[in-house]
Design a protein around this ligand. Structure first.
Ligand SMILES: Cc1cc2nc3c(=O)[nH]c(=O)nc-3n(C[C@H](O)[C@H](O)[C@H](O)COP(=O)(O)OP(=O)(O)OC[C@H]3O[C@@H](n4cnc5c(N)ncnc54)[C@H](O)[C@@H]3O)c2cc1C
Length: 389
């Protein structure tokens, strides 16, 4: 068996596509991207794709900031658009976490993130569509917004192919080939293919590849439902992305008075089999979201439901992704575990991971994302209670 590729990337979601593209940018000669369906066929394609730097560690805030720069320069870099709209982002803060949010905003400002609390006059002027009852504060991030997750992923795939990368769609990877302490390639329906390095960017399906190869993977597959609504009439409606921590919903504009609306934390998380789960939304979920939406944003009273669906994301124990090599295992890199917020950090993660693979260059903070943290117990800890990012 000849070594066919320097690097094989498995999965063309945002993490795999960005990593593959950046490997080619770094001059890696033979790179192949294997995708069992088509680019963005997984959770990426259904992502609400809300972009905000409001995180409780400098690492994730920095990765989002870097990704925003990448979204906006994509047309010049790749010749394709990410659909990024820097509409701004607001976070409606409930009383129970207001002090933590204040500390977080101050910390983020000291990291160079433009973010602040709006005062009451600004709230009245900027958010005329808001019912302010029980809202303890409003955090505003002018550079947040949203992107088009399919266009972003397709742009990276296009850039990858333009640079000579080999895209294999409709080609599931059936197994990782392992020899002792090294992953040496993949198995497809056409047989084994050897590679110097394999990147596992198969999202919720990553764990099947690792488990079969005897590689540990603590990863959940969660079913996430979203709805799409169209506001009737001509009352002012939001033009920005919103994380509504008071009613635990999020909103992202789609244009033409339409919005993606989903449930945010706290809520129940349901583990499912990624090969067999219900892809339509539950009616009880849709009604619940509608009630929360109409209560907080009165112009949505009587809004028309346009769509509703369920998709998947993969969740790690600390809600931080698994990125990078593992101690004691050669030729293998994780690029999974986006944990419900992996789209916005995906572009920058792909860039840093590609540098790690091709040049063995990585900064200490980014290296903490390796799966090794599970083994050593050095998990990330969030600022809002629990261990969410
Ligand atoms: C409904 C929803 C809303 C979300 N909202 C947001 C948000 O507002 N902001 C945000 O930042 N994040 C959000 N997320 C999370 C974010 O979208 C995901 O974390 C991110 O897109 C995951 O990307 P990925 O590349 O790791 O995985 P995926 O997109 O799942 O990609 C994995 C790919 O691997 C392929 N694959 C699987 N197995 C194989 C195999 N054996 N061989 C070959 N290919 C394989 C799949 O077909 C798929 O294309 C949301 C997710 C969902 C589902």
């Amino acid at each position: 068996m000849n070594r066919a590729y320097d690097v094989i990337v498995v999965g063309a979601g945002i993490l795999g596509a960005s990593t593959a593209y950046h490997l080619k940018c770094n001059g890696v000669r033979r790179v192949a991207l294997f995708e069992r369906r088509r680019p963005a066929a997984g959770g990426t394609g259904k992502s609400a794709a809300i972009v905000r730097q409001h995180y409780s560690t400098a690492l994730l805030a920095r990765l989002t900031k870097e990704s925003i720069g990448m979204f906006t320069t994509m047309p010049d870099q790749i010749g394709a658009d990410s659909g990024y709209v820097g509409s701004g982002w607001v976070f409606l803060v409930p009383d129970i976490i207001i002090e933590a949010a204040r500390t977080n905003v101050t910390d983020l400002q000291s990291c160079g993130v433009e973010t602040r609390f709006l005062d009451d006059d600004e709230i009245a002027v900027r958010l005329p569509w808001l019912n302010p009852q029980d809202v303890a504060g409003v955090v505003y991030e002018p550079h947040g917004g949203y992107a088009d997750p399919v266009r972003t992923t397709e742009a990276y795939v296009k850039g990858f192919c333009d640079l000579g990368g080999e895209l294999r769609i409709n080609t599931p990877v059936r197994a990782l080939l392992r020899k002792g302490d090294a992953v040496i390639g993949i198995l497809t329906d056409d047989g084994p293919i050897e590679a110097g390095n394999v990147v596992n960017a198969a999202g919720p399906w990553s764990k099947f590849l690792t488990e079969d190869a005897g590689i540990e993977m603590d990863l959940r597959s969660i079913r996430e439902q979203d709805t799409v609504w169209e506001a009737r009439g001509d009352r002012p409606i939001p033009e920005i992305s919103i994380s509504n921590g008071v009613d635990a919903i999020y909103l992202r504009p789609l244009g033409q008075r339409r919005f993606v609306v989903g449930r945010g934390y706290p809520k129940d998380y349901f583990d499912v089999d990624p090969y067999n789960y219900k892809e339509t939304a539950d009616e009880a979920f849709v009604s619940d979201v509608q009630a929360r939406l109409e209560h907080r944003f009165p112009p949505f009273a009587g809004a028309r439901r346009i769509d509703s669906y369920a998709a998947l994301y993969d969740v790690t124990p600390d809600w931080y992704p698994y990125i990078g090599p593992r101690k004691g295992l050669q030729g293998y890199y994780d690029a999974c575990g986006g944990s419900g917020h992996g789209f916005k950090i995906g572009p920058a993660i792909g860039r840093h991971l590609a540098l790690w693979i091709s040049e063995n260059v990585v900064d200490e903070d980014f290296a903490r994302l390796s799966y090794d943290r599970v083994v050593t117990g050095k998990m990330f800890v969030g600022a809002y209670g629990g261990n969410r990012a």
